[in-house]
Write a protein that binds this ligand. Sequence first.
Ligand code: ADP
Ligand code: MG
Length: 717
Amino acid sequence: MEKNALQTDIQFLPGVGPKRAQLLKKELNVSTVGDLIKIYPFRYIDRSRIIPISAAASDMAYIQIKARVKEIHLFGSNGSIDIQDVKFNTVKRMSVLVQDDSGYLELVFFKGIKWMYSKLKPGDEYIFFGKPAIFNGHMNMVHPEADPATGHPGQAGNMNSTMTGVYPSTEKLRNGGITGKVMNKLMENALNMALPDIKETLPQYLMIEKGLVPIHFAIRNIHFPKDLQALEKAKYRLKFEELFFLQLSLLKQRYIRSRNENGIRMPKVGEAFNICYNSLPFELTGAQKRVITEIRDDMKSGHQMNRLLQGDVGSGKTMVAVLSALIATGNGYQACIMAPTEVLAQQHFKNISRYLQKTGVRPALLTGSSKTAERRDIHAGLEDGSIGIIVGTHALFEDNVIFKNLGLAIIDEQHRFGVEQRAKLWRKSSCGAPPHVLVMTATPIPRTLAMTLYGDLDVSVIDELPPGRKPIQTIAATESRRPAMFRFLKEQIALGRQVFIVYPLIFESEKMDYKNLENGYEQVVTAFPFPPYKTAIVHGQQSNDEKKFNMDAFAAGRANILVATSVIEVGVDVPNASVMVIESAERFGLSQLHQLRGRVGRGSEKSYCILMTGNKLSKESRHRIELMCATENGFELAEEDMKMRGPGSLDGTQQSGLPIDLNIASLAKDGLILNDARQCAQSVLDRDPVLSLPENRMLAEEVLRDKYQVRDYSQIS
Ligand code: ADP
Ligand code: MG
């Protein structure tokens, strides 16, 4: 690739050097000039306005005043210091009194005193820029920036801008001398050096059609807006561009896949499918039937299936997975079902084995705790094809796992798997063709968003719960209600039901979380002594055997109560459990609360979800808890969650693992631009499906960039 200024190592940008370069790399992940330019301000300060001192108020953000220096005082640890014989290393504080026509203001400095002292001359006028605050009942300003008023353009900041961008910053950056002002200066240097090397990414005809400004205008004005209007135009162009290329890349992949005939053709449903189907203890719901038909159609089409199956917790996705896997085995292929945790894999295996009993298909379970001999057996069975369906965890990714002919990969709760891991799995089959892919998730996401997030996946939705489910009553309670809550649990247990008690586990404070869990467990055991009560506990610090032992005790009904962390129990199915208690519920996101609640209400008994919260809740937490009490509809909750938190946090306290990393556009807030960009991308591809026309050459190049390449789930290399 031809060398251009954008690739210049950041340390060679004027004003940086090796020490600051290290800081920029560590704090902002900036290693080149091009990286720096991609950091956009998250807000702007209007530099054209100068405020009279009398109008300054402590609730204002950053302001500018134009004032004359009246007096300067220096203080050491023992009080005032005579300026005549000052040694600056003993100075602790500098106070500068300034005045304009409307009044006086005190400026205070604790750091950089020597430098600022040399800059300020009593009697001269300066522009001061800082945040007003109240200290001891008086207005002051701590560490303002100062520029001489003479020769100061009064309004123009860098590059003729009237607005100054505020960039993401950290304590370490500021301590390392990269203040807001320095950042602006660096950005100015970066643009001077590299802006000409930034290439236009959109063809002229598109810019005209959509009224978009050229890239150079956009980049210059996102950093140094000429005025508000220019800023808006710049933002619009950059957001549109980002979303447009995202959509273009997805739609193009989809087009290529639709023409690709290398999918494994599976024309039959096979005998095992029918045996299993006919021996089900229940009728499939209409939605389950519809989804299975969609999957069948995909698998016999000759195209590779790449489908996202969305269904609320308890909607019966496992059944769909089993029947899909049986289509694969019915056509002489193998299927694998990947679960995110060991507990879930075990549970899947147990359920699936039950369904397979009369079918003659051999299932197997492979996890991190499978014994060596067992493992060897399974490896052999996968390689010679005698194992038809394998259920497993990450252990399936290990190098010595090789399939004879993997025809279908089912991934449960896909957000826990990385793209590279998936690609690795696809390469494990020796039959040459890529397996069909079915990704199952309980996170209910609006359909258009799902298409954006999950790339070129087709989407199936199970929008109907199995019949006979009773609504779950959701109640919020604070600590003072705990005795009443425990009494209620005892009543339920006396009726023969079981209870979940879940504690949050949030990684930043793991230690504290486990402490809370331990304390909680002790409290429960004290309130529910053995005998007659039995309490099991499951958490991430236990060995797999310990976890399994406790889970089994609860699943088999030997324990009345299961105390657990949120991470462990995702997806467990214990129909006799009728109460879900969520401790510190305010610390969970809506989607996660909803998923936890879905663990009950699976049997025929009336079920309850009790949200225990602290007394003082933030506005947002209160809103979440109220919503949970008001609705059981997962889609409604997901939409609210997205509005409140942005799409990046759909998975609550867990890292979301969204496959998209947007720089400026927001999927939650820029829905209109997203739709427009999608339509525009579609119409470009309608005319030029593989972007081969000369006027689209730049689009073809841009689409290949890494940023837009991360979400091809069907990818085989
Ligand atoms: P999901 O994985 O979607 O959360 P599961 O597949 O675990 O849901 O199903 C939840 C429960 O509903 C299981 O106990 C399952 O046996 C049961 N179930 C699934 N489909 C039906 C159906 N059509 N009618 C009745 N019960 C069903
Ligand atoms: Mg499930």
